[in-house]
Every structure is written in structure tokens, then in C-alpha cells.
Design a protein around this ligand. Structure first.
Ligand SMILES: O=C(O)C(=O)C[C@H](O)[C@H](O)COP(=O)(O)O
Length: 215
């Protein structure tokens, strides 16, 4: 039984911290300590990608056992994914691309969505459906900082979370842009650290990520 939480908007998800960690969980038992490690470092909005068989169980475990965290689902590629994410207790969703069917399903389910876009036409489609807080994916591969600067003219009212190729080394450049609210990335949860249960390292990486804004 999933307890419904107070409603959240996509912009709240983006504003909470400078980085949304993109998490891949291979073993459901890792989910709770991993979430606690990120929370200890100041990161609460957690994107658990639906890329592994245990992803939904991981979201469920975090939603149940780590009340300070806000579990979200990444890699939403279909209406079925959106519904499964909600049923597991996800409180926001992130998609690597966008279709109106996904947008509608998330809205109907009350799931704030960060739709993935990489072109002007995709931005227009998402905006037509009422989505103006978007994930730019894959950010570095699709044009990076220069692309976001170019988009700022025609799409000045759209805000982005660039993800894909973003790291501690280039995050500040993105965060300095007027149309970037936060960035997303997998660097806070390196596969070797998760595998080894090196939660202190993950807390340290989270803390460094929090310091990216303003510092
Ligand atoms: O599974 C998804 O839908 C995703 O969210 C894709 C991720 O955003 C990127 O894989 C993160 O890219 P890196 O930070 O470069 O590792």
C-alpha cells in the first residue's frame, strides 16, 4: 500500500538541489542505504532509472523507508512505465524522450514529469502539452552549453535540466545558464561505489554536488 504524499511540481524537483542523481540499482537491497547516503549529503530528489528488473522494488523501498528522500522514476518510455512508477510510489518521473501519450498518462496519474527533449520540435510538442520544465537529453552529445544558449532566444520561457555527459567537471558551466535550473547525472552514484557499498563516498559526492550552486 503506497501512501500518497503532498503534491509536488516538476519545478520543485528541479529546484531542490543543483543535481538530480541518475541512479541505476542492480540489487534492491542497495536502494535504501544508497538513498540514505545521498540524503546525508543533501540530495533528496532521487531519479531511479527503470533500467533494471529491481528498479520498481527500489523505488518502493525508498518511498517506504527513507521519508526524507523523494523517490522518482527515470527512463519512463511508455504509458505502462508511468503507471508502474506511480504504483511503486514514485513522486516524479523523468523520460529520455517525449510523447503526448506519456505526458497525458503522467498528468492523469498526478505524476510530475520532466520530459526529455533534444530538438526544437520536441520542445514545442512538450510545451503544447503544458510541459515547460524539461530534461535536455543527451545534453553534451546533443550540443551542450552552446545549444542551451541558442534555445534561450526562442524558448526563453522554458527551463532545462541538462543530463547526459554532465559531470562535476562541467556542471558549473551548465548551472550558470539562465535557462538551467539543475543538472542530472550518474556521477554521484558510481557503479563501483554502489557495488562495494561505499556509502561514505556517495555522501561526499552528494555534498560536493550541493556546493556546485553558488560556490
Ligand atoms: O535512463 C535514462 O532515461 C536516463 O536518465 C539516461 C541518463 O540521463 C543518462 O544515462 C545519464 O547520463 P550520464 O550522467 O552521462 O551517465
Amino acid at each position: 500500500m503506497v501512501t500518497r504524499q503532498p503534491s509536488l511540481a516538476a519545478v520543485d524537483v528541479m529546484r531542490d538541489a543543483p543535481v538530480i542523481p541518475v541512479i541505476v540499482v542492480d540489487d534492491a537491497a542497495q536502494a535504501v542505504p544508497l538513498a540514505r547516503a545521498l540524503v546525508a549529503g543533501g540530495i533528496r530528489m532521487l531519479e531511479v532509472t527503470l533500467r533494471t528488473p529491481v528498479a520498481l522494488a527500489a523505488i518502493e523501498a525508498i518511498a517506504r523507508d527513507v521519508p526524507e528522500a523523494v523517490a522518482g522514476a527515470g527512463t519512463i518510455r511508455s504509458v505502462a512505465d508511468a503507471r508502474a512508477a506511480v504504483a511503486a510510489g514514485a513522486r516524479f518521473g523523468v523520460s529520455p524522450g517525449y510523447t503526448s501519450a506519456i505526458g497525458r498518462a503522467c498528468r492523469d496519474a498526478g505524476l510530475p514529469l520532466l520530459p526529455g527533449v533534444a530538438t526544437g520540435s520536441e520542445i514545442l510538442l512538450a510545451a503544447e502539452d503544458g510541459y515547460t520544465e524539461l530534461k535536455f537529453f543527451p545534453a553534451v552529445q546533443a550540443g551542450g552549453v552552446a545549444m542551451l544558449k541558442a534555445w534561450h532566444g526562442p524558448f526563453h520561457d522554458v527551463r532545462f535540466c541538462p543530463t547526459g555527459g554532465v559531470s562535476a567537471a562541467n556542471a558549473r558551466e551548465f548551472l550558470a545558464l539562465p535557462n538551467v535550473v539543475c543538472v542530472g547525472g550518474s556521477w554521484l552514484t558510481p557503479a563501483d561505489a554502489v557495488k562495494a557499498g561505499d556509502w561514505d563516498r556517495i555522501t561526499r559526492l552528494a555534498r560536493e554536488a550541493v556546493a556546485l550552486r553558488g560556490g
